[in-house]
Ligand binder design. Structure first.
Ligand SMILES: *[C@@H]1O[C@H](CO)[C@@H](O)[C@H](O)[C@H]1NC(C)=O
Ligand SMILES: *[C@@H]1O[C@H](CO)[C@@H](O)[C@H](O)[C@H]1NC(C)=O
Length: 192
């Protein structure tokens, strides 16, 4: 009888636990599609995320209105440098990073919003367990969805006076970094 009671109260504890804000795994690659309808801003990027070495590489297509451009961007936060190579013109800009590194995930004070299944419940290959959080971070309102329990990004909505309303979807994520050489700046960026 006592054992049952203990089991029961444990179960209740587990069931009533509110999911905590999480950070994404420290190394992965994935595609992100971002758009901001009001600014006619659209971005498709392949991200390599390396939190261990605080660096991010993005190969991106940026479209603002009818203007379309392609960039290879490497941000090395340890060195405080961004390399931005325009893949069309081959002009590379090397600039000092002004923003500090923000890990992908949720700040610790983010508020749990919901937990649900994306896709079809009970279909092993077609269901993804997800949780969502919202809040305000550095003046930006956010709502994000991540997979659970591993916290890979699925969706992010952000809204602020400065940047407007932007929506991002994440796809094709693979754990790990297959080629760390992607963080070596291209020759156009290091040529004197
Ligand atoms: C590179 O810097 C120049 C001068 O600041 C600027 O006009 C140009 O738009 C920048 N190019 C990129 C790819 O950021
Ligand atoms: C979470 O909600 C509380 C209460 O509404 C609020 O004070 C707090 O700022 C929220 N967290 C974030 C990150 O916005």
């Amino acid at each position: 009888m006592l054992r049952w009671l203990v089991c029961f109260s444990l179960l209740v504890c587990v069931m009533s636990q509110t999911p905590r804000p999480c950070e994404s795994p420290k190394a992965w690659e994935g595609d992100v599609h971002t758009f901001d309808e009001s600014k006619k801003f659209r971005r498709n990027a392949r991200i390599t995320y390396d939190e261990e070495n605080i660096r991010i590489r993005e190969v991106e297509e940026l479209a603002i209105g009818s203007k379309d451009d392609f960039f290879d961007v490497i941000r090395l936060y340890r060195e405080g440098v961004e390399y931005r190579l325009n893949l069309r013109t081959k002009v590379c800009n090397v600039t000092t990073l002004t923003r500090h590194f923000v890990p992908i995930g949720f700040p610790p004070n983010a508020n749990f919003s919901d937990s649900f299944v994306i896709g079809i419940s009970g279909f092993q290959d077609e269901e993804v367990s997800a949780i969502s959080f919202d809040g305000v971070f550095e003046g930006v309102q956010f709502y994000g969805i991540v997979t659970t329990p591993d916290c890979y990004p699925v969706h992010l909505t952000t809204q602020s006076q400065q940047f407007g309303l932007a929506q991002s979807q994440y796809y094709n994520i693979k754990a790990g970094i297959p080629d760390p050489n992607v963080f070596i700046p291209p020759p156009e960026c290091t040529r004197k």
